[in-house]
Design a protein around this ligand. Structure first.
Ligand code: HEM
Ligand SMILES: [Ca+2]
Ligand SMILES: [Ca+2]
Length: 299
């Protein structure tokens, strides 16, 4: 079965309003939460498809995805999704999946931070399981130390082109990263602007284990605004992660970075297509999966 934007138009006409009101209040309390919700969607979709698997809490008999390397102490927004779900359950009980709520929340967050709008395709159902193994596998969720060919390969495995990959990476125009994921780059790499590296070093000590959780904005210019500044940073060698800067390092994706840096509309339109494509990854439809009552556990 196919996803479609009108999936809940009869069964839950108040869905979009309900989701947006919660996202809006979360983002007005903390702009970064918008970024966190966009990332939550990416990490859900890349592991087992967009099926809400990432939302399942560990239990004594089950280890889910939340403690896997790329997610542990890093992915945020679970509480906002739970809040949205409880409001949605109030207006249309038992109807809307958590996987769809994540997709809508990612779109609403993008819009609230000043980015493009799009129609979210819906009709995903929720997984009854999750994969710690895949979430923890740098052959599935890319590492911030990945090189360009690895990034192209991992996105290609999901049916996403190099162009989609570069456009989706533009999500790093918002949000923050921890010292532990960019330390190697700011101390050891050479394709980095030296004054930018110094600035970041001031709040991220060289020694492993010290200051690992200190934060820096992924976009040095406008971390709270969804714009194309991320690509301008890359052209000035001010990408924070190695996986950011490899997109503009004399390789095959340089031309996409140049285009997006000078043409925000091209970025927005390719970002939207790629988010829709990513949202189509292996959805559970028909009788597969379930509609969870609470997003953090199976029924
Ligand atoms: C291309 C491969 C990618 C890599 C290697 C990567 C890696 C990372 C890392 C390491 C962080 C910081 C995590 C931390 O410090 O705890 C991060 C943050 C973030 N990522 Fe990615 N990412 C990639 C692609 C994407 C995509 C496709 C999206 C969404 C479409 C995305 C959205 C975000 C956002 C919004 C944040 C900030 C989250 C926050 O502030 O809570 N990333 N990413
Ligand atoms: Ca998933
Ligand atoms: Ca920005």
């Amino acid at each position: 079965a196919e996803l479609c934007k009108d999936f809940y138009s009869k069964s839950c006409p108040k869905l979009f309003r309900t989701v947006k009101s919660v996202v809006k209040s979360a983002v007005s309390k903390e702009r970064r939460m918008g970024a966190s919700l966009v990332r939550l969607f990416f990490h859900d979709c890349f592991v087992n498809g967009c099926d809400g698997s990432i939302l399942l809490d560990d239990t004594p008999c089950f280890r889910g995805e939340q403690t896997a390397g790329p997610n542990n102490n890093s992915v945020r927004g679970y509480n906002v999704i739970d809040q949205i779900k409880s409001k949605v359950e109030h207006v249309c009980p038992g109807v809307v999946s958590c996987a769809d709520i994540v997709a809508i929340a990612a779109r609403d967050s993008t819009v609230l931070l000043g980015g493009p709008n799009w129609n979210v395709k819906l009709g995903r159902r929720d997984a009854k399981t999750a994969s710690f193994y895949d979430a923890n596998n740098t052959g599935v969720l890319p590492s911030p130390r990945a090189n360009l060919s690895t990034l192209i390969k991992l996105f290609g495995d999901k049916g996403l082109s190099p162009k989609d990959m570069v456009a989706l990476s533009g999500a790093h125009t918002i949000g923050q990263a921890r010292c532990v994921v960019f330390r190697d780059r700011i101390y050891n790499r050479t394709n980095i602007d030296s004054s930018f590296a110094k600035t970041r070093q001031a709040n991220c000590p060289r020694t492993t284990g010290s200051g690992d959780n200190k934060l820096a904005p992924l976009d040095v210019k406008t971390a709270n605004f969804f714009d194309n500044a991320y690509y301008k940073n890359l052209i000035h060698k001010k990408g924070l992660l190695n996986s950011d800067q490899v997109l503009f390092n004399g390789g095959s994706t340089d031309s996409f970075v140049r285009t997006y840096s000078s043409n925000p509309d091209a970025f927005y339109s390719d970002f939207v297509s790629a988010m829709i494509k990513m949202g189509d990854l292996d959805p559970l439809t028909g009788c597969k999966g379930e509609i969870r009552k609470k997003c953090s556990r199976v029924n």
